[in-house]
Write a protein of this length. Structure first.
Length: 319
């Protein structure tokens, strides 16, 4: 079982690494800094919003609605962001705060998490897991935009707290990822389907999100800087992959979450940091090097933490 779980984790994570390395090796001749920046823009403003729109529009709110699971996911996410924000005041430099908080809290649930849940429970048992994205992904984006705006290294230092709060709220309203999610909600609620040709175009652009994001991150990795940012990246990664599941999964178990509900919550807590956290940090004037390093370390680390976590879930009979 342990070997099977390890192979399962490897099959999930290995393609991510391969694309990262492709991006890294292309950075010299093709994906220079200017090209990578344009790639970031395409991913952030087009591919990722369309991917989220497609996923939300294709979900069914009514058949898999689990209010208890949703409430626990939302409340726990808020608590995680709050605790991490307080820890960041003591653990990292002010210029690293935004990237640190986002990296330690924001899991890649929509891309990596759903695939892992499908591999554990089966493709036909992912309804509740998919529905969680409707609530968790917007929350991740709202909190991330808020944190990154308030801690942006490019913000106007002469502005007061409320000016920066208003700027954060405006960024939330204009955030392409949130717009993509909200646009998909009425399609899901009223079971609206896009015309075939438009649906095909949306899907074609949506499937570009993950590979383009990975290539962009790979092209932006500077191995000489990883050493300089290793400590805060390692701390954020440990909080994301180890501390969060160790704290909140037992709480969920004590509160009566078992079976597929426990699996969903574990994966939500244990997924590596979202790939687009680097893109958002870069575009919003935060420490993009730290953000990229957290993504890289959590992806690598999740190969081992997922193996242990899934094995533990299997041992206690969660699935």
């Amino acid at each position: 079982m342990l070997l099977n779980n390890f192979i399962f984790s490897l099959n999930v994570v290995a393609p991510v690494f391969l694309l990262l390395f492709v991006g890294y090796f292309l950075r010299r001749d093709i994906l220079d800094a200017r090209t990578a920046g344009r790639l970031n823009w395409i991913v952030y403003n087009c591919a990722l919003p369309l991917m989220l729109f497609r996923d939300i529009a294709g979900s069914d709110f009514t058949s898999v609605l689990d209010s208890g699971l949703i409430i626990f996911a939302i409340v726990s996410t808020l608590i995680i962001f709050l605790i991490t924000s307080l820890l960041a005041l003591k653990l990292v430099k002010p210029t690293e705060t935004g990237a640190f908080i986002q990296g330690a809290c924001r899991g890649n649930y929509a891309i990596v998490g759903l695939q892992i849940i499908a591999n554990i429970l089966g493709e036909s048992q992912t309804g509740k897991a998919a529905l969680i994205t409707t609530f968790v992904i917007p929350l991740y984006n709202v909190l991330s935009v808020f944190v990154l705006t308030l801690n942006s290294n490019e913000k106007d230092k002469s502005k007061g707290l409320w000016d920066n709060v208003r700027a954060a709220l405006m960024n939330i309203v204009k955030n392409p990822l949130i717009i993509g999610i909200l646009a998909g909600v009425p399609f899901s609620v009223f079971h609206i389907r896009l015309p075939g040709a438009i649906a095909s175009v949306v899907n074609s652009l949506a499937v570009l999100a993950t590979p383009l994001a990975l290539l962009s991150i790979g092209a932006s990795i500077n191995l000489s800087q990883i050493r300089n940012k290793f400590k805060p990246a390692a701390i954020a990664s440990a909080l994301k992959l180890i501390a969060t599941p160790l704290i909140f999964v037992p709480i969920a178990l004590k509160m009566g979450f078992t079976g597929e509900r426990l699996v969903i919550l574990y994966v939500m807590f244990a997924t590596p940091t979202a790939l687009n956290s680097y893109i958002m940090a870069d575009l919003m004037g935060n420490d993009s090097t730290l953000a990229a390093n957290i993504v890289l370390i959590t992806i690598l680390g999740s190969l081992f933490t997922f193996t242990i976590g899934v094995f533990w879930l299997r041992m206690i009979g969660a699935f």
